[in-house]
Design a protein around this ligand. Structure first.
Ligand code: WT7
Length: 653
């Protein structure tokens, strides 16, 4: 690591400050106002939205455990799709809303205007209505990164249906669990998903999933490649054919600000993913505001977020935030390294991208391929760079800054979560200096507190570290766990009473700037994707050969964290390379390729306390190759298992 750079502070350039929506003085003034008069501040920000019936109440929030309830703009009514499309038709009908860049550079890109987006969304909405979807019904979207994914989201919003997107990399089992979890009426999928030159058979995954759902669930199929699919008459509907017939207009439904807009399943520290619920008014206002201010988006800019719509980043920062702002948002179907390692930069050059937002894992992978892939492209239109999903290491930060940004683009390191709907901490271009790896400053209205994990008390002052909680609410906050409000309260409001508990650790440095230090629970972060270790464990023990499993994260050069599994086999089974491969494939099929174990170590025994609790702290240390600081092992039921695990520690790689 370059120590000089790691401690460096990068103030924004004069040019960045000159064009910024928010300068240092403005930030301070707005931040202060957001805390002293939240009603006034958020009441004003609520005007970013076109309301059908304007709100008179701004905020109605209770963080008391047992009575948690979060409401914003709750007597207002609106339609989210009308806010993302219709209201722009007067001045922007021929402006490009979505630039779609397909997996293969040989295939032409599409420029979808706001007028076209309106037509496509209305048709999709009418198709859903004709399939029986009504206000409040759930629709699962299982699509590649194609424009139809955006049409589908907006079509649901238009008719008041609640969408739940399942990342196309998830397995049939994971898809079925989510369809059943929210009792969806319709699953929208495509024949195949091209990615990196390979195709995933999405429709056959959906077919497999639908064997495990109610018979009444219908399937709407978008043609992407024209690949072969099996068809179940009465259950499967042909989108492309129906779109030819569908009406070009569908009236937007009047929705309450607190009506759910979407459910997004995310991993927690228990085996079952939870359905994070976001509602309409507050979420949209917050996504729009953060999109504009964090990326310093200006009219006419071309903005690109490389995430997938299957994650919250794609919801807030490919679709809802940018479109609410009347922006031009780029949607990319492919991967950074196909056909070669210059693809991201080729796309930036081709579409003259001004704001570019990606994940540290992609940067680390590209950094390893050498600078020439970047240097051969013209990146002179870039103004702001962003990262999200995991802490960025100073090496990757410096490479991003120097090689991609040529030292002239501020980097916004945005810390947030599926639960938060939008950015909670980030340096703002033009307002804050940057430190490589630091989330720096809270967004407006956000009050981060560092708590002592033992006493639960607030740690005041600077140069401190602890558990990160947030005092008070913001409009983009999740409202509940779908179908399980108790779980919502227990997960986020019970450990530290009166605060929202983030699950992250955090350091406030000597200057009062914030650094995220990683999860403090049993959640690991693999390539910016959140994974509950318990989920991988339950997949492993579902295999007949496995008696017990414990899963921890360990540092991985590209992925940030890798998945390290300790597996105890049934008495009648013996370890073998074959079984190892089988277990790896098994987990991929149970959850999806993103959950692929990086390391499986055979463990004749696991370190347990006398009461039978697995000591993960020890397993983490062994996985990290850090045997010197195992701590106290004397409370273990059988301390000798630790020696065995160390002696047989699997070879990473
Ligand atoms: C967890 C949330 C937010 C969209 C993508 C991930 C980690 C996220 C950062 C960052 C350090 C980060 C946290 C957080 N995380 N952004 N800039 N620096 N860590 O959403 O799947 O809900 O995961 O990702 O640990 O809690 P998610």
């Amino acid at each position: 690591m370059n120590a000089l750079h790691a401690d460096a502070v990068y103030p924004p350039s004069d040019e960045t400050v000159a064009r910024a929506h928010v300068t240092a003085a403005k930030y301070q003034e707005m931040y202060d106002a957001s805390l002293t008069d939240p009603e006034g501040f958020w009441g004003e920000q609520g005007k970013r939205i076109d309301w059908i019936k304007p709100f008179t109440q701004v905020k109605d929030v209770n963080y008391d455990f047992g009575n948690v309830s979060i409401n914003w703009y709750s007597d207002g009514t609106l339609n989210v799709s009308a806010n993302c499309i219709d209201r722009h038709l007067e001045n922007r009908c021929d402006q490009t809303a979505i630039i779609w860049e397909p997996d293969s550079p040989e295939e032409p890109a599409q420029h979808i205007t706001y007028k076209e987006l309106h037509r496509r969304t209305c048709r999709m909405a009418n198709i859903l209505v004709s399939m029986g979807v009504r206000k409040g019904d759930r629709v699962v979207i299982y699509l590649p990164m194609i424009p139809e994914a955006a049409y589908a989201m907006l079509a649901c919003a238009r008719i008041g249906a609640i969408h739940s997107i399942v990342f196309a990399g998830f397995s049939p089992d994971a898809l079925a669990a989510r369809v059943n979890g929210c009792d969806a009426k319709v699953v929208i999928t495509a024949d195949e998903a091209p990615r990196g030159g390979r195709k995933t058979a999405l429709k056959s995954n959906a077919d497999a999933a639908l064997l495990h759902t109610k018979d009444s669930v219908k399937c709407l199929v978008v043609k992407r490649t024209g690949g072969q699919t099996t068809w179940v008459d009465g259950r499967d509907f042909d989108y492309n054919e129906m779109a030819l017939e569908a009406d070009d207009y569908c009236a937007p439904a009047e929705m309450n600000a607190e009506d759910p807009l979407f459910i997004l399943y995310t991993s927690g520290s228990t085996g079952q993913p939870k359905g994070v619920v976001h509602t309409s008014g507050g979420y949209l206002a917050y996504a729009a505001m953060t999109h504009e201010i964090t990326f310093d988006y200006h009219d006419g800019d071309i903005y690109w977020c490389t995430a997938d719509v299957g994650w919250v980043t794609g919801h807030s920062y490919i679709v809802y935030g940018p479109l609410a702002n009347g922006a031009t948002t780029l949607m990319f179907e492919g991967v950074p390294t196909y056909p070669d390692a210059s693809r991201f930069w080729q796309v930036c050059q081709k579409h003259k991208v001004n704001q570019f937002y990606t994940a540290p894992t992609a940067l680390r992978a590209l950094m390893g391929q050498g600078n020439e892939w970047v240097e051969k492209c013209d990146l002179s239109d870039l103004k702001v760079l962003g990262t999200v999903g995991e802490p960025i290491n100073p090496e990757a930060w410096n490479w991003y800054n120097e090689v991609v940004g040529k030292g002239k683009c501020p980097i916004v390191d945005t810390w947030w979560q599926t639960e938060t709907g939008g950015h909670l901490m980030t340096p703002l271009p033009g307002a804050h200096a940057m430190k490589p790896g630091a989330a720096m400053k809270p967004f407006f209205g956000i009050q981060p507190v560092v708590l002592d994990p033992t006493s639960g008390g607030e740690i005041e002052g600077n140069g401190v570290e602890g558990v990160l909680c947030i005092k008070d609410s913001w409009p983009g906050q999740m409202r509940t766990v779908w179908g399980d409000h108790e779980r919502f309260e227990k997960t986020y409001f019970s450990d530290y009473k009166g605060y929202y508990f983030t699950g992250d650790g955090c350091r406030r440095d000597e200057d009062g700037d914030y650094w995220i230090t990683g999860r403090v629970d049993d959640v690991i972060n693999v390539s910016g994707h959140r994974m509950g270790t318990a989920e991988v464990e339950s997949a492993l023990v579902a295999h007949t050969a496995v008696a017990e499993a414990a899963v921890v994260g360990y540092p991985h050069e590209i992925k940030g964290q890798g998945i390290y599994c300790y597996v105890t086999l049934m008495n009648d089974r013996d370890p073998s390379d074959e079984l190892l491969k089988e277990l790896r494939t098994w987990v991929r099929t149970e959850i999806g390729p993103i959950a692929s174990p990086d390391v499986i170590q055979w463990a004749p025994g696991l370190p347990k306390t006398r009461s039978g609790k697995i000591m993960r702290r020890i397993l983490r240390k062994i996985a990290e190759n850090d045997f010197g600081s195992l701590g106290d092992t004397s409370t273990l039921a059988d301390p000798s298992v630790v020696d065995d695990l160390i002696a047989n520690r699997a070879n990473k790689g």
